[in-house]
Write a protein of this length. Structure first.
Length: 398
């Protein structure tokens, strides 16, 4: 008989699971809204939301019902056939995004891989090469092609890294122009870098990038895997900048936790794709599409984008009001917030965890806060108390 406690499950995990995650030794059991409980009954406020996934909170009743209802009807049929949830989700995403076509995937990394394929197929159709330009401190996934677009640290030990990928500094138009040639197929960018430390693209830069891509016949890809689906106070972060990509990738919050991603593309690049050029077994099956449809409905009908905007502004103002000398900068839009400190933030995350708040350290010195969009102000007040106490304890401990 297995004892249901954190220590036992942590040991079992170490015995059997491939040790690629440096986990916190906590086993979660159930959640509701912005709160989550471990197997020992300890309660936490979730300021990480499964890394910006649980945007409508844990176990939203409408999402739960949609999943239960669909599971009782049809789980999987393969993409040889149509399902009502997939057709309706495709329609909804096109209407929301202003792009023309959708391909549904299982994850963010798969969405980026597919976006690269579409971009290269289009580029080849007009006589261009297949090189992809990305930006320093970007993160687009953990597959071989996506680590080729990201940080060198994620590439170590996985050589040979696929060829045809170049990186330039973020927000630097001159650096882009220096590396572009007739072999350039696409430029991929996060409008707000998530894993890189919540770095916001400059609006002038993005507009110049769009104009340049048009002039050079280069495909512009926006990775909105973390920024999309209401996180920044808009349905998509591109709306903050007034810039339309040729391709946009989604995942994370799209299905409230079920594995679904999407590639959206305009008609220009979509027209290069022919029957058999791409495929997926599980992508866009009836279950995940049903979850995604109701997730989008909840975000719209419960006004969660406005809540993200208002609560994000409130949280940033409260953090700024602390006037803590170790804070270098507070960045972000909506409820995608990065607080940069003058020290590594992992110890701060551990302190907050001890006091019942889940957060995340990213880019070494940044505290990332991406809670459910419907988190209560009461919970946010508690988070602020925990943050203040944790910083004070760290200071006192030297």
């Amino acid at each position: 008989m297995i004892q249901k406690n954190n220590k036992t499950y942590n040991q079992l995990d170490q015995n059997y699971y491939l040790q690629t995650f440096k986990r916190y030794p906590i086993t979660f059991d159930y959640g509701k809204g912005a709160n989550i409980w471990d197997v020992e009954g300890n309660k936490y406020i979730d300021m990480l939301a499964g890394i910006a996934v649980n945007s409508v909170g844990h176990c939203h009743p409408k999402v739960v019902k949609a999943i239960q209802d669909q599971a009782a009807k049809l789980l999987h049929i393969s993409n040889f056939y149509l399902s009502e949830p997939q057709v309706m989700l495709s329609k909804k995403l096109v209407e929301l995004s202003g792009l023309n076509r959708v391909f549904l995937t299982n994850s963010g990394a798969e969405s980026v891989e597919g976006a690269i394929k579409i971009a290269r197929k289009y580029a080849h159709s007009i006589g261009r090469g297949g090189n992809i330009i990305s930006f320093e401190n970007s993160f687009h996934g953990r597959t071989l092609a996506t680590i080729a677009t990201g940080k060198k640290a994620y590439q170590k030990g996985f050589e040979p890294i696929p060829k045809g990928f170049l990186q330039v500094p973020f927000n630097n138009m001159e650096a882009v122009k220096k590396v572009v040639d007739n072999n350039t197929a696409a430029i991929i960018i996060e409008p707000i870098q998530g894993e890189g430390g919540i770095n916001i693209a400059n609006k002038t830069f993005l507009k110049a990038l769009r104009t340049f891509c048009d002039e050079q016949l280069i495909v512009l890809i926006f990775d909105e895997i973390q920024t999309g689906i209401g996180r920044t106070g808009k349905m998509f972060a591109k709306e903050h900048f007034g810039v339309e990509p040729d391709i946009m990738t989604l995942a994370k919050a799209l299905g409230s936790g079920v594995p679904i991603g999407a590639i959206l593309s305009n008609e220009k690049v979509s027209s290069a794709i022919e029957f058999g050029d791409h495929g997926t077994t599980f992508g866009g099956n009836p279950l995940v599409c049903a979850a995604a449809l109701v997730t989008l409905d909840v975000i719209e009908t419960e006004n969660l984008m406005e809540q993200a905007k208002e609560k994000g502004a409130w949280l940033k103002s409260k953090i700024a009001a602390m006037k803590n000398p170790t804070i270098k900068e507070i960045r972000g839009k909506g409820l995608m917030i990065g607080v940069e400190f003058d020290f590594e933030t992992k110890p701060l995350v551990l302190k907050m965890l001890e006091k019942g708040v889940l957060a995340n350290a990213t880019s070494n010195t940044v505290l990332r806060l991406v809670p459910p969009l419907n988190i209560s102000y009461e919970d946010l007040e508690k988070v602020m108390e925990v943050l203040k106490k944790s910083l004070k304890e760290l200071k006192n401990n030297g």
